[in-house]
Ligand binder design. Structure first.
Ligand SMILES: [Zn+2]
Length: 439
């Protein structure tokens, strides 16, 4: 039952043809098969009895689940031994350095020795060693970050190995477009900018240097007709186009390393666009499109709406049927124990509380209680609620505007006992918690 429900959920998200190879190799991997048994049936209570090969997974045991014939640590798929070396090379495909590769790994893959192996690979990578001096730390200047994606965009031209390129970068997401130029005159630059703007929209502000192609009459006409403000960096303050210049250095590094390692520059650039900016910000692709772009990795497409909110960006592991969890009681400000009885899709679970009552909650309102399985009954009354009125919801709507999204099967018990728990909205309205939040 568990397998069936979760297979449907996860398989809907899996898009990669390499997925079946992962399944096959997982089924052949002795360690992972033992791990699977422990994950599904419970770990030995005596730690001395744990299979030595599986011991490195012990400290992650509460985060482990099985779905689609694969093992997962949260949203990270556990890679069988035979595929680990290939995955390390894929993680390091764009030669982005240890920190970036680790950030990428943290949202995709896991095995206990991954970090050390990745570090060793990069320390001994000839391409990285050759171009180590050119590595630059990308500094985030808060005053440079606009409030929304694609509102302030930088443009710069650069030359690499006999070819001129135009680079266009979004100040908000750091998303980069790089196009080869056959000519650097205004007409050619405008043609490529029009092409990009017609796909991604016209930014409010375009920043460039004072190159002849940007200060021409044609370019002024283009800015006027296409309704954007064109700002040029003054010769006194050339750093005001710093974002584009930093991105040029990043792209030149990727170009050099791709050439040196004989890998595809475009695939490496794609990898860069899909790699988190740092441990608090998701990738440029996610910031601009609120989705990951498909790459050569056999992974899950995860939709994240976290933007600059590190709390929402946190990945929560999937839960299994029979797993005991704690449910937040928003009235009493405490957690109560329950057992997962059903997965309803879209990160919602049905939970039977110790009182015998059954409720539905989103994953973000649940914490893992214990790995041991418990029996559950199959008939119950359902109290359905998928959002917490006491915290901002994922769509970013305030409680004043959030629509009522309760299912018709919601419990109508009205036993308001005059509780004093309430809060006042920013519009001065008093909101009392609904009865369904009483557990
Ligand atoms: Zn490298």
């Amino acid at each position: 039952m568990t397998e069936a429900i979760r297979s449907i959920t996860v398989a809907n998200e899996l898009t990669d043809s390499h997925f079946s190879i992962l399944q096959k190799e997982t089924s052949r991997d002795e360690t992972l098969q033992t791990l699977k048994r422990y994950t599904n049936k419970g770990w030995p209570t005596d730690t001395h009895k744990i299979n030595s090969k599986v011991k490195p997974y012990w400290k992650y045991r509460n985060e482990l689940t099985e779905a689609c014939g694969l093992l997962w640590r949260g949203n990270r798929v556990i890679i069988p031994k035979t595929l680990q070396s290939e995955m390390l090379n894929k993680l390091h495909f764009a030669h982005l350095g240890f920190e970036k590769c680790l950030l990428r790994a943290k949202e995709l893959l896991f095995w206990p020795e991954l970090n050390n192996q990745l570090k060793n690979l990069i320390m001994n990578c000839q391409t990285c060693l050759t171009y180590r001096k050119n590595n630059i730390k990308e500094k985030l200047c808060p005053h440079d970050i606009p409030k929304e994606p694609w509102s302030k965009v930088g443009v710069d031209l650069f030359y690499f190995k006999g070819i001129n390129y135009i680079l266009i970068v979004d100040y908000y997401s750091k998303f980069i477009e790089v196009i080869e130029l056959t000519s650097t005159i205004s007409e050619s630059v405008i043609k490529h900018l029009k092409c990009t703007f017609s796909r991604l929209g016209i930014p409010q502000t375009l920043v460039s240097d004072c190159g002849p192609q940007f200060i021409s009459k044609e370019f002024r006409d283009f800015a006027q007709k296409w309704c954007f403000q064109h700002v040029t960096s003054s010769p006194r303050y050339p750093q005001s186009n710093g974002q584009a210049e930093r991105s040029v250095q990043t792209v030149k590094n990727i170009l050099k390393k791709s050439l040196h390692s004989k890998t595809d520059f475009r695939l490496a650039l794609l990898e860069y666009l899909n790699t988190p900016i740092n441990d608090k910000l998701p990738s440029p692709a996610e910031l601009l499109f609120t989705r990951k772009l498909r790459t050569i990795f056999p992974i899950i497409n995860q939709f994240k709406q976290s933007h600059y909110n590190p709390v929402n960006a946190k990945n929560l592991s999937m839960l299994t049927i029979g797993q005991t969890v704690k449910v937040r009681d928003e009235i009493k400000k405490m957690w109560k124990s329950g057992v997962i009885t059903k997965y309803l899709g879209n990160r919602k679970y049905e939970i039977r509380l110790q009182t015998g009552r059954t409720i539905v909650r989103n994953r973000r309102h649940l914490i893992v209680d214990s790995p041991h399985l418990q029996p559950y009954r199959t008939t119950y009354d359902i109290d359905y609620d998928d959002f917490n009125p006491f915290q901002s919801n994922e769509s970013g709507m305030s409680s004043d505007t959030a629509p009522n999204r309760h299912s018709p099967c919601e419990s109508n018990n009205n036993n308001n006992n005059g509780t004093s728990d309430y809060y006042i909205t920013r519009f001065g309205r008093t909101v009392r918690p609904p009865d369904r939040w009483r557990l």
